[in-house]
Design a binder for this molecule. Structure first.
Ligand SMILES: [Zn+2]
Length: 291
């Protein structure tokens, strides 16, 4: 028994760009009815079982994305960093970047879909130093303002606001706010998709005639939220707006046949969606053993 696993990173091309999915490690979020609402518990469990998944425990992956445009090295989302609120399997991004041949100091831009723990809490290290010392940070101002608001640091939101303040405020003078439809860095365009958080943003990466979308948390689960896009997720700030954004983005991805990396889908999270009944079905891209 070797007890070892495949590399926690996966590389693919987008036109002239080189893209690498890098895992922060799996994230267990409990039973489906604890995380998702809007359908009976039995139905959620049956959806999982019919797709050969455990009906008792939902495990999300964390697929961060690095894109080398030839001019810049861009990291999309950072994983949980030192926060162990979701167990010991997370917080692996920095180690896994190195396994993929990427030094954190080489990252020029950290582009965030939103300011939740699992997407930005590795900006600052345990001793207060920036983990990406040469990077600018890009995110929507609405998320920056919401999650660094000290007045919200109470109750269930407290660890998330405290962590966002610890990770975002020290980098404020290196932060640029993104805007819907505007270029972030050459080859990367921001697209507003609010609801999961007030400023949740997805990104289109274009090189030549090829594109890939980084869809962040537009859908947390490759079965439940695709089959039933109107479901609500426990960490949605505005669940109904999140569902509307989800349906709009999924419709675009399916209609225009756009490849995308989904942050929480099964590793490496690269694939397409197609319409199926009232919802969608995910078609993971075949994993290539040669670039
Ligand atoms: Zn997330």
């Amino acid at each position: 028994m070797l007890g070892t696993q495949v590399a926690p990173w996966y590389r693919f091309k987008v036109g002239e760009f080189e893209a690498t999915v890098v895992s922060d490690g799996p994230l267990a979020i409990g039973g489906p009815a604890e995380a998702f609402s809007g359908a009976p518990k039995e139905q959620l469990e049956r959806d999982l079982a019919e797709n050969f998944l455990s009906p008792d425990s939902v495990v999300l992956e964390q697929n961060a994305l690095v894109v080398n445009t030839g001019r810049q090295l861009v990291l999309f989302d950072t994983g949980l960093g030192g926060l162990k609120l979701f167990g010991p399997t997370t917080g692996r991004l920095l180690a896994n970047l190195k396994l993929a041949g990427i030094e954190p100091s080489q990252i020029d831009a950290v582009v965030l879909t939103h300011a939740h723990a699992d997407h930005c809490f590795a900006l600052i290290g345990e001793t207060g130093q920036p983990n990406f010392p040469n990077a600018r940070v890009y995110l929507a101002q609405a998320d920056f303002d919401f999650w660094t608001d000290e007045a919200k640091a109470s109750g269930a939101l407290k660890p998330f606001v405290d962590g966002a303040r610890a990770n975002l405020l020290p980098l404020r003078d290196r932060t640029t706010f993104v805007a819907d439809g505007k270029e972030v860095v050459p080859g990367v365009t921001a697209l507003s998709a609010p609801g999961h958080t007030v400023g949740h943003t997805i990104y289109r990466v274009d090189s030549g005639r090829e594109s890939v979308m980084f869809t962040g948390d537009i859908s947390h689960h490759h079965v439940l939220l695709l089959k039933r896009p109107k479901l609500e997720f426990v960490y949605d700030t505005d669940p109904q707006l999140a569902a509307r954004s989800r349906m709009r983005v999924l419709d675009m991805l399916a209609t225009d046949r756009i490849a995308f990396v989904s942050y929480h889908f099964p590793f490496p999270g690269l694939g397409h969606v197609a319409k199926a009944g009232e919802g969608y079905v995910w078609h993971p891209s075949p994993v290539k053993t040669l670039l």
